[in-house]
Write a protein that binds this ligand. Structure first.
Ligand code: BGC
Length: 495
C-alpha cells in the first residue's frame, strides 16, 4: 500500500504541469482535518429500537423508483451496529474530527415539540461520541442532514412555519444530552438542497415540485429555525458548554463566462441566490437585496398580492443576524455563468427564472460519476476568497468536499482531486490570507447517495453492500489522506 502511494506521489510530482502542481508548502499547525457522513446515508437500523420513520424511509419504501438502483438506507453501512468499526477507520486515518449527523426521528420518533424522546437513540449517539472521545477524535455534529421525521412532513414539512418550534425542541434535546462532549455544531446541512431539491424541483425527499413558491417558504422557516437553535444554545447552554454553532450552506463557485459586466453580475447573483440566500440573513441581516428586489418585482408582474419571497420583520432580521460562530461551506465544483435576456415571462414561476442565468461546465473539465460535479480545483480558491471578502473575514470551516467514481480501491483520481483542491485551500490560506481552519472530506466511506442509491461512490473506504456484514476496505485515497493529515503536506517532500 505505501509503495503504491509513493509511486502515485512520485508520478504526480513528475507529471504535474506548473499550473496544476500541488504546492509544497505545509498546512499550519492549528489546521484540522476530518471526514464526514450523515445519518440516513450510513446508519441503517431504520426501524430498530424505537426509531420513527423519516421522509427518506417513507419515500424509498413508497416510491422505490425514485432511487436509481431502487435501493434505500434500511441497512446502508449498518453504522448503527458497526460504529466501533467506523471509529477504528477514523483512528487509522488519523483525523482530528469526525462530522456526523443525528437522526431526528431516532431521537424523537414523532419529531413533535414535547413528544417523547427515545432513550435508545440517545444511548446510540452517546456511545458513538464516547468512542470518538476515547480515541481522541473530536465530534462535529450536524443536527439536521435531510432526514425530517415523516410526521412533520405530514404537517407540511419545512414550508410550515411551525417546524421552527419543533426544531427548537429537538435542538434543546441534543444540546442537553450531548453538549458536554460536543463543542462544534452545525444546525443544517445544505439548506439550499433541503428547500430547492426537496420542495422546489423534487430531486430529493419529500420530492415536492413547487419552485419559486414553497421553496421560499421552506428557507424562511429553516433560517428562523437555525436562529432559534442558536439562541437556545446561547441562552441555555453556552455558558456551561462553551461550544460553537454554525450552519453549512453549499454552493458552486460561479465563474463569469466572460469579462462583460452582465456576466460578472450574473455570477455574483448566482452566488447570492445560493450561498447568500442563507448567509446574508445570518451574517448581515435579511435576504440579499438582489433576491428581494428581483422576486418582489417578478411577483408583482405575475399578479401576486405579495412577494413570493416571504418578509422577515425588523425584529426577525435582528434576531437572525449574528447567529454564527464560524462560517461553514460545502463545496465540490464550479460552473461558468452567462447572463440571459432580462425578459420576465409572467407564466413561468420558478427559482431558476427569478435568478435567470445560464450555467455550464467547460468540456475540458474532468468528469466524475456525478453529472453535477466536475473537477475544478481553482474554483475552490476563488470561492474561499469570495467568502472571506463577502462575509468580513470570518473563520471558515470547509465542511464537505470530495468526488465520486463508480468504485474500485485504486482511486487515483480521488487522490488527485484531494491533492489539487487541498493545494488551492492552502494557497488561499498562505498566499491570500483566508482564515480556513478545517477541511472535511466527503466521505469516510461509500454510502447511500440519495436518489443515486449505491451507484456513486464518494468514500475513502469501500463498503461491500452485498455482504450482510458490510465489511469496509481502505482505498488508496485513504492512505493518501492519512499521509496528508500526519505530515500536513500534499506532496512527498515539503519545504
Ligand atoms: C451532501 C451529501 C452528499 C454529497 C455528495 C452533499 O450535497 O451533503 O449528503 O452525499 O453532497 O452528493
Amino acid at each position: 500500500m505505501y509503495a503504491d502511494l509513493f509511486l502515485t506521489l512520485l508520478f504526480s510530482v513528475l507529471l504535474c504541469k506548473e499550473a496544476t502542481c500541488a504546492t509544497n508548502q505545509t498546512f499550519p499547525n492549528y489546521f484540522k482535518f476530518g471526514v464526514a457522513t450523515a445519518s440516513y446515508q450510513v446508519e441503517g437500523a431504520w426501524n430498530e429500537d424505537g426509531k420513527g420513520e423519516n421522509i427518506w424511509d417513507h419515500l424509498c419504501h413508497t416510491n422505490p423508483d425514485f432511487v436509481d438502483d431502487r435501493s434505500n438506507g434500511d441497512i446502508a453501512c449498518d453504522s448503527y451496529h458497526k460504529y466501533k468499526d467506523d471509529v477504528a477507520m477514523l483512528k487509522d486515518l488519523g483525523v482530528d474530527f469526525y462530522r456526523f449527523s443525528l437522526s431526528w426521528s431516532r431521537l424523537i420518533p414523532l419529531g413533535l415539540a414535547g413528544s417523547p424522546v427515545n432513550q435508545a437513540g440517545i444511548d446510540y449517539y452517546k456511545n458513538l461520541i464516547q468512542e470518538l472521545v476515547n480515541n481522541n477524535i473530536e465530534p462535529l455534529v450536524t443536527i439536521f442532514h435531510w432526514d425530517l421525521p415523516e410526521t412533520l412532513q405530514e404537517y407540511g414539512g419545512f414550508p410550515n412555519p411551525e417546524i421552527e418550534e419543533h426544531f427548537a425542541y429537538y435542538a434543546r434535546v441534543v444540546f442537553k444530552n450531548f453538549g458536554d462532549s460536543v463543542k462544534y455544531w452545525l444546525t443544517f446541512n445544505e439548506p439550499l438542497q433541503t428547500c430547492h431539491e426537496g420542495y422546489g424541483i423534487g430531486f430529493t425527499a419529500p420530492g415536492y415540485k413547487s419552485s419559486g413558491l414553497a421553496e421560499y417558504k421552506c428557507t424562511h422557516t429553516l433560517i428562523k429555525a437555525h436562529a432559534r437553535a442558536y439562541h437556545v444554545y446561547d441562552e441555555e447552554f453556552r455558558t456551561q458548554q462553551q461550544g460553537y454553532v454554525g450552519i453549512a450552506p453549499d454552493t458552486y463557485w460561479y465563474e463569469p463566462a466572460s469579462g462583460s459586466v452582465s456576466d460578472q453580475e450574473a455570477a455574483e447573483r448566482a452566488l447570492q441566490f445560493t450561498y447568500g440566500w442563507f448567509a446574508n440573513p445570518i451574517f448581515n441581516g435579511n435576504y440579499p437585496s438582489v433576491m428581494i428586489e428581483r422576486i418582489d418585482e417578478r411577483s408583482k408582474l405575475q399578479g401576486f398580492a405579495s412577494s413570493r419571497l416571504p418578509k422577515f420583520t425588523d425584529e426577525e432580521v435582528e434576531y437572525i443576524k449574528g447567529t454564527h460562530d464560524f462560517l461553514a461551506i460545502n463545496a465540490y465544483s464550479t460552473l461558468y455563468v452567462q447572463a440571459k435576456e432580462e425578459e420576465v415571462d409572467t407564466a413561468v414561476i420558478s427559482y431558476d427564472s427569478d435568478l435567470n442565468v445560464d450555467t455550464f461546465f467547460d468540456d475540458s473539465w474532468e468528469e466524475s460519476a456525478s453529472s453535477w460535479l466536475r473537477v475544478v480545483p481553482w474554483g475552490m480558491r476563488k470561492l474561499l476568497n469570495w467568502l472571506s471578502k463577502t462575509y468580513n473575514h470570518p473563520e471558515i470551516f470547509i465542511t464537505e468536499n470530495g468526488v465520486s467514481d463508480t468504485g474500485g480501491l485504486n482511486d487515483d483520481r480521488r487522490i488527485n482531486y484531494y491533492r489539487e483542491y487541498l493545494s488551492n485551500v492552502l494557497e488561499a490560506i498562505l498566499d491570500d490570507g483566508v482564515n480556513v481552519t478545517r477541511y472535511t472530506a466527503w466521505s469516510l466511506m461509500d454510502n447511500f447517495e440519495w436518489a443515486r442509491g449505491y451507484t456513486e461512490k464518494y468514500g475513502l473506504y469501500s463498503v461491500n453492500f452485498d455482504d450482510p456484514g458490510r465489511p469496509r476496505t481502505s482505498k488508496a485515497s485513504a492512505s493518501y489522506y492519512s499521509s496528508v493529515i500526519s505530515s500536513k503536506c500534499l506532496v512527498d517532500n515539503c519545504e
